[in-house]
Design a protein around this ligand. Sequence first.
Ligand code: UDX
Length: 429
Amino acid sequence: MDLALIGTGYVGLVTGACFAEVGHRVICVDNDAAKVKLLQSGGLPIYEPGLEELVRKNTAVGRLAFTHSTAEGVEKSDVIFIAVPTPPLPDGSVDLSYIERVARDIAGAMTGYKVVVDKSTVPVKTGEKVAETIKRYCKSRVDFDVVSNPEFLREGFAVGDLMKPDRVVIGVRSRRPVAAMTQIYAPFNAPIVVTDIASAELIKHASNSFLALKISYINAVSVLCEAAGANVQEVAAGMGLDERIGRRFLNAGIGFGGSCFPKDLSAFIKIAEQIGYDFRLLKEVQRVNAEQMERFVKKISDTLWVLKNKTIGVFGLAFKQNTDDVRMSPAIELCQRLQKEGTILRVHDPKAMEKARAVLTGVTYVEDMNAVAEGCDALVIATEWDEFKKLDLERAHKSLSHPILFDGRNLFDRAEMERLGWVYKSVGR
Ligand code: UDX
């Protein structure tokens, strides 16, 4: 099918590339001319495993193209996906101005029946507004359908999540666009859930909030584990074997971050408030998450006593592994908290150093992870990168004034670390 993706951020670009990979003709639109130029010349604005290859291959065979003209995208496609940012406003609600702008642009360019699909994460009832806007601004008065089709991809695993989705959610007002949507997703062999638009919109916020809740739950349990001398990883393993619970998203640590969970939680709380429901459960999820960071900082200061002028090596800046994204990163927040206490930081991340430089200043960026410990008083693991498990512990041990490691992501085995002579503090163990 002929598809347009408006917005070439994480969602738009990865979705566009995967649609092309399964045989659709895809045109990706972005109003950032420099970004379009970069993409046209084979460059990528983000790091995402497997994406570069997909983009290169599908551009070469002519199934994937880039433009900064929405009109061109609309004209060349039957189904148009909106994948533009929906950033948070200061009060936690969602800024829908990009969505509205794109809806108007699409409306202005339509000359025949189109299916307009909202892929961005939006508050319930946005689909209705998009439909109203298109109707208002469409001078040619052609027919159209609005569909809600939320994305569930995780950064760092986005290509895999898209190629093998757990489910595809399609929210519609009538049956008319269902055939086109089913045809688009047929190659992915996933269960397709067809709902009304409001339900589809709610599925997205309800899912992300539930996952955040799951993380806060295990983080709260980690507090009990520490007090009781239990091991949160063993507790999570035991809980996770119950199929109704599942082991995933039960990793205790310094809390969740990123461009989705914090924003989606605030938005869901706000949406509930506007509907007249006080979603206290989710407010507690936020509180537990913030507290988890404070508890970790306290753990560091309790051990090192005075933090002022101590040199700390921090492993991890990205909000999680396999990404260069530092938006709302707990690792960056931790660095800033430690800086506030007067510490001197030596930091390393396998992929996110370049992006971190824009938000984290006054630290030493160390290219070689095994050189981070030089001159440090202690080390901290802030992001769950697998690479960090390969750290040369012997060299680090020798470099440190005293071998202390605060593991905010439970990457190492506690008994083994103690056997190797480390003062090792992790979360919930
Ligand atoms: C999330 C959802 O998983 C995805 O379905 C949705 O489409 C977008 O939001 P993403 O933000 O890419 O994806 O990251 P995710 O893998 O969910 O991790 C979010 C945060 O939670 C990270 O900071 C991560 O470190 C943390 N996390 C995750 C934990 O602390 N413990 C866990 O067990 C899992």
